[in-house]
Design a protein. Structure first.
Length: 763
């Protein structure tokens, strides 16, 4: 069956549906010591059984970590997931780095290279690796790279199927779509390598071997992509699968096995490989295997490069094929690819197959065709347009390719020092962003931290509702639904409702002999305002009965101004139809996080504040403090930006200040009385500094409401004194407490509540 989509679909299927699909990545990284030697330590125990971990395993060597993302709907998410795995692995290594290059580091003798170790369940995997070491040599197995797993969206495939009016089944039609894409990508793969190849040199400890080279190259090879050249990791024989159909493809590989050319189908190291996951008779997705690790990018590949590769695949699908891609055509494609990999550092036409080829003119022509194709298909996506234009500029100015920056760094610093320097930079970045799940930055930080821990433990997750931070976790039959990190099945609905209702919480705690602030409840704005005389001159807190994140709360320490009092009541009623006016209890406020019978973290939350320098206004000081990269909005960073809103203005007014006031040097000015991190407060860890008597009260309070997970707020005037019946008060219990403020406090130790939550969930 011949597919000719180009003319038949231009006038029918248009728009960004062409960009829809699933995208996954697999990246191999060698672990090295600080001097750039191959690490001889075993695979980190923290990641458990490498055969069962879905995200973090080993490749050929025990020293070669493989990171695997699930299929994701956006390229940015796939690279973000890969970078997150990279961060997680880096932070678990002890005095080691992930080597950021496809070409191996300093290697020991062949016999000293540790082959991946497995238990009895992995006996076949071990034996296969030993076979590869014997046949190809263990050093050749240490070439590392990135595999891009790609599938078209089912919706797009269904539309194409309808337009094609094909007489074959839908599954057979999909097979031909993937086979055509595979054939075209095998023809065009040289173009990606030409622009983004980045494995130009080797360490002297690595002996290049090329038993099938058609090129007269000496041992001092400097090339665009040694990994993709005849010196790379490849089969000894020229092997040409039959890509005409799935049946012929499988039969041709089976014949290779029968002829003894390869031991098993997986030994066929094709740069493009159809994958049969869901059905052994039909293709599930394609695996592109010719991607060098980019040493200048922490994840090892950029979104621009990967989007270009995706666009190249679409171009292949939508353009006519010049031949049937038999052995002769495959041989030509292989030699062209190898020639580009070896000689692609040239910025002028160079020799391929004894003919001078102007690959740069050819590259520009193809990229312009892709840009035109996108215009005709009305694909309008800024990121893809940027990637295509960037690729076109690289084709016009080849000296701007990243490989030259790598070569320049190697010449300046040396092969090993250059790459170790980059690895160290990436490790620092991993430490600085240890709270972030790349690609999911729009989710709450507590959820990001929980998902990071899920990845570390090999727990599969599915985002059911990204806006609601609703996820499903799954491992070994244990399925848990979690919303916003701490709303779980561990707590019953009635207890959550009780925590949400501050009046109910106070009544229950009082029955258990736990001190809470005294106060009155109001369901009427007029009644609350009329009671000003009752509360006048008293320090009070005016707040909604049901609230979270400190919303609608006003603290009036003197409460002398009727106008301010009335406005505070209006603010509280904006968030609920019932409000509380309670006594203000002086002292420091502490957030005490309880899981089960244990207090797992305590924070003192300092209200939003700035420190004067004698020249800047409060407004300017806030703007300066908000430049801290750890401060953001919407619980997506460890700290929140300080606001300059009505509540802050009201609190400053009580201090006879406004946003334009200039505090004296060293003067601390508070912009809020309530200390919620969500309103710009600072978090200081006190877990080990609070007497156990307060922790016992916190656990008792949780038991009183029959909850497993809660963050309760307790006022303690003197945290150095033991608790008594009246030297503390619990303000509220929170049914959805944030964990990130305990994991990444403004000051103090990471209490790793994401780990403790995963323990509680049974993982």
């Amino acid at each position: 069956m011949k597919l000719d989509f180009f003319q038949s679909t231009l006038n029918s299927i248009k728009g960004n549906i062409w960009l829809e699909g699933l995208f996954g990545l697999e990246k191999e990284n060698i672990r090295v010591d600080q001097a750039g030697n191959l690490a001889m330590t075993p695979h980190p125990e923290v990641f458990g059984n490498k055969l069962k971990h879905p995200y973090i395993t080993t490749d050929f060597s025990e020293s070669q970590i493989e990171m695997i993302t699930p299929p994701l709907p956006e390229i940015g998410q796939a690279i973000g997931f890969l970078e997150t795995i990279h961060d997680i692995v880096c932070l678990e290594l002890q005095d080691e780095y992930l080597w950021p290059q496809s070409i191996p580091p300093i290697l020991p003798a062949d016999k000293q290279i540790p082959i991946a170790q497995y238990d009895e369940d992995g006996k076949e995997d071990r034996e296969y690796r030993e076979f590869l070491a014997q046949k190809y040599g263990p050093k050749n197995q240490l070439f590392s790279g990135i595999h891009f797993n790609f599938s078209y969206s089912e919706k797009l495939l269904e539309l194409l199927y309808r337009k094609a009016n094909s007489q074959v089944s839908f599954d057979e039609f999909k097979d031909e779509v993937y086979l055509k894409t595979a054939r075209q990508m095998l023809r065009l793969r040289w173009l990606y390598v030409l622009l983004y190849g980045c494995s130009p040199v080797v360490d002297p400890s690595f002996e290049l071997r090329c038993k099938m080279s058609p090129y007269p190259i000496d041992s001092n090879v400097i090339a665009l992509s040694i990994r993709n050249s005849c010196y790379g990791y490849r089969n000894f024989d020229d092997l040409y699968p039959d890509y005409a159909s799935v049946r012929s493809y499988k039969a041709s590989i089976e014949q290779m096995v029968n002829d003894g050319k390869i031991a098993a189908p997986k030994e066929l190291y094709s740069p493009v490989r159809p994958k049969f996951i869901h059905d052994p008779d039909h293709i599930s997705y394609l695996e592109f295997r010719f991607i060098d690790i980019d040493p200048l990018t922490k994840a090892g590949i950029s979104t621009e490069a990967l989007r270009f590769l995706h666009a190249l695949a679409l171009h292949g699908l939508m353009t006519d094929e010049p031949d049937d891609f038999g052995p002769k055509a495959q041989h030509h494609a292989n030699r062209y690819h190898t020639g580009v990999a070896l000689y692609g550092l040239n910025s002028t036409p160079f020799l391929i197959d004894e003919e001078r080829q102007n690959v740069w003119h050819k590259t520009q022509t193809i990229i312009q065709q892709i840009i035109q194709l996108f215009e005709e298909l009305e694909i309008n996506q800024t990121e893809y347009s940027h990637s295509l234009n960037q690729a076109l500029q690289l084709a016009k100015k080849p000296l701007n390719r990243k490989v030259y920056e790598v070569l320049s760094g190697v010449v300046k610093d040396g092969y090993v020092p250059f790459h170790i320097k980059k690895a160290n930079e990436y490790l620092d970045d991993s430490r600085n962003k240890s709270y972030q799940f790349h690609g999911l930055e729009d989710m709450e930080l507590s959820t990001q931290l929980l998902l990071r821990e899920a990845v570390k433990r090999g727990v599969l997750y599915e985002i059911l509702d990204q806006k609601e931070n609703f996820v499903r976790l799954r491992k070994d039959g244990n399925i848990q639904y979690v919303k916003q990190a701490t709303k779980t099945s561990l707590d019953n609905y009635a207890s959550i409702l009780a925590m949400e209702n501050k009046l109910v919480t106070k009544k229950i705690l009082t029955e258990y002999g736990i001190r809470v602030p005294k106060g009155l409840e109001y369901a009427s704005t007029d009644v609350a305002k009329a009671d000003f005389l009752i509360h006048q001159g008293k320090a009070v807190v005016i707040k909604p009965n049901q609230t979270n994140f400190g919303l609608g709360i006003t603290i009036l320490k003197e409460n002398k101004d009727d106008e301010t009092y009335r406005r505070a009541i209006d603010i509280a009623f904006e968030h609920d139809n019932t409000i509380l006016i309670e006594e203000f209890i002086a002292g420091k406020e502490f957030r005490i996080f309880v899981i089960g019978d244990e207090v797992v973290g305590i924070l003192h939350r300092v209200p939003a504040n700035v420190t004067g320098d004698g020249t800047k206004t409060i407004r300017e000081l806030v703007e300066l403090k908000n430049q801290d990269p750890l401060r953001g909005k919407g619980y997506r960073t460890p700290l929140e930006k300080i606001q300059l809103g009505e509540a802050e203005a009201m609190f400053l007014k009580q201090q006879n200040k406004d946003f334009n006031a200039v505090p004296a040097s060293g003067e601390v000015v508070y912009l809020r009385e309530n200390s919620n991190i969500s309103t710009g407060g600072d978090s200081i860890d006190f877990t080990n500094d609070i007497p156990d008597s307060y922790k016992h009260i916190a656990v008792l309070a949780a038991k009183a409401l029959n909850v497993v997970i809660t963050g309760l707020d307790m006022i303690i005037p003197d945290a150095s004194a033991e608790a008594t019946d009246d030297n503390y008060a619990i303000i509220e219990l929170n049914f959805n407490p944030a964990i990130h403020i305990h994991c990444h406090p403004f000051q103090g130790k990471n209490r790793k509540l994401n780990e403790k939550l995963m323990d509680a969930l049974g993982y």
